[in-house]
Ligand binder design. Sequence first.
Ligand code: MN3
Length: 202
Amino acid sequence: MAFTLTALPYAFDALEPHIDKLTMEIHHDKHHQAYVDNLNKAIAGTEAEQLSIEDIVKNISKYPPAVRNNGGGHYNHSLFWTILSKDGGVPPTGELATAIDAAFGSFDELKKKLQEAGATRFGSGWAWLSVSADGKLQVSSTPNQDNPLFDIAEVKGTPILGIDVWEHAYYLKYQNKRPGYLEEIFNVIDWKKVAERYAAAK
Ligand code: MN3
């Protein structure tokens, strides 16, 4: 069973002006599609064809680099699209807000840590908010298309928010100004979706 690319849950221009339409089109239709296609090629004829993407990335050390790069790419982008929304930008409430305050002191501190994780990731990668095995919130970053579910991740956990800091995620609008992108994206992060993922993960 081959993996397929799911349509974006909103229009390409839904996140304007914070994330521009052309970036969303190329990012979803070209970059994510390529991860899906190359993942399918990499696992063709192997047992991995029967597995979910979660089961593949959780045991990523068993697989060759093409599965690591493209399986990670497929998982990460599938998560990324769902935690963005034109109605985003409203800080979390309820259980997630309480957990953020307990772990980081305040929402603003969490935001600062995520921006720092994204800004200091050299080259391409992701900034993450994840839930550890013992239920704690943690911020980390990974190179390339790695993620906290990987059995070889430095900081392991269940990702509930991922911020793509590859240049393809922001270069058309922000050029070399990654910190500008990392400020603006907070206007479209859907913390209700992150809270749903938190409730399921902890
Ligand atoms: Mn990307």
